[in-house]
Design a binder for this molecule. Structure first.
Ligand code: EPU
Length: 339
């Protein structure tokens, strides 16, 4: 295991900002993870696990600890039934390659999550979701190293506290577990309509009536290419804010002033309001603040056009949050994690 020192994290994160990692190392087995944690404990060094770096913001002071890059591979069929297949996937596998492989097997369940950057092990952390699917829908269980008890554990989906873009891994158990594998159940039947509105529109516009996982994957990739900037070309972390979740009474108040406000039903009588819409209504779409460009095609996405530091990004972020608070009295939240 090679441990490198003073590594610029901007070279390992798609927003391309922020300071150095004091130490950085790649791991390719669960045993290596345990070894690093045991050694780090003695030296009182914190540890952060990086997947693809596509949903992480790094502060300018960098990370005064060890950054581990999860490179654990694996793609195994562990159960094959007439109607479904259960797969165990290494936490370091590239997510979109996993999606492609399952689509090649004609399996449905994660095809709408095509084109998402990052790793399989990172997917449960923010309960990754797109175009009508989220990882919580297909995840049966996951294996993790539990740094609190220095042991390897299996967590069932119910143990993970999944909700919209959230889980225990970025909440109460932040920093506790390193996800070494995920186990997902996918189905052999064709994907069933109705699909997410943007997918339906794409299929109708292209006169597609035969729905296969590959057809949905192709549609999602085309929609994403149109709406989301490629992080390899324009540094970004996808959606920079979570969509806003509001109570019914808040929505009633908002509707009085904004009758056209788009909403989606959420559990417990709450509603989701697209933050992209809020930012657009606040007149910020297409603007550049402190070198951060608010994407012309989706105001939820911030592109690092010419920001030189995390401080620039934080200024832009705080101005946007302030504008939405002033106009709508809604507190929007940053979506990517921050170290
Ligand atoms: N909208 C606007 N203006 C905008 C952007 C959006 O009015 O500039 C409104 C429109 O009403 C639109 C609605 O927002 O119909 C929803 O927009 P879209 O379908 O593009 O999705 P989103 O809410 O912007 C979420 C996810 C994306 C995911 C898409 C598709 C979050 C934080 N983001 O975005 O995930 O790809 O849905 O399912 O939930 C990511 O997490 O990085 C990500 C890209």
């Amino acid at each position: 295991m090679n441990i490198h020192t003073n590594i610029p994290l901007k070279n390992h994160t798609t927003m391309r900002l922020g300071g150095n990692a004091r130490f950085m190392t790649d791991v390719s087995s669960a045993a290596e993870i345990a070894e690093i944690y045991r050694n780090a404990k003695g030296q009182n060094l914190p540890i952060f696990v990086l997947g693809g770096g596509s949903n992480i913001i790094v502060r300018d002071e960098g990370y005064n600890g060890i950054v581990i890059r999860n490179r654990i591979t694996g793609f195994d069929i562990i159960d094959d039934q007439p109607s479904d297949v259960t797969l165990k996937i290494g936490g370091g596998e590239v997510w979109d390659s996993v999606v492609q492989r399952t689509v090649d097997m004609h399996l449905t369940g994660i095809e709408a999550m095509s084109g998402i950057p990052g790793t399989a092990g990172a997917a449960p952390v923010q309960n990754v979701g797109a175009y009508g699917q989220e990882i919580a829908d297909t995840l049966l269980s996951l294996e993790a190293y539990d740094s609190q008890t220095d042991s390897f554990v299996t967590l069932q989906s119910n143990d993970c506290g999944f909700s919209y873009r959230d889980s225990i891994f970025r909440g109460e158990a932040t920093g506790r577990y390193v996800i070494t594998s995920i186990t997902i159940k996918l189905y052999k039947n064709a994907p069933q309509p109705p699909f997410y509105a943007a997918v339906e529109q794409y299929l109708a516009a292209h006169n597609i009536t035969l729905f296969t996982p590959q057809v949905i994957r192709d549609a999602v990739i085309a929609i994403r290419a149109d709406k989301l900037p490629d992080p390899k070309i324009q540094p970004n972390t996808g959606s920079f804010f979570k969509n806003a979740i509001v109570e019914a009474w808040q929505l009633t108040d908002l509707r009085a002033n904004y009758p056209d406000i788009p909403t989606y039903d959420m559990p417990n009588g709450r509603f989701k309001i697209p933050t992209g819409w809020l930012i657009e209504q606040a007149g910020l779409k297409g603007q550049t603040l402190h070198g951060m460009h608010i994407h012309d095609k989706n105001a939820l996405v911030l592109i690092n056009e010419s920001a030189t530091s995390y401080a620039d990004l934080a200024s832009a972020r705080d101005e946007i949050i302030g504008a939405i608070r002033d106009k709508f009295r809604i507190a929007i939240e940053q979506e990517p994690l921050e170290i």
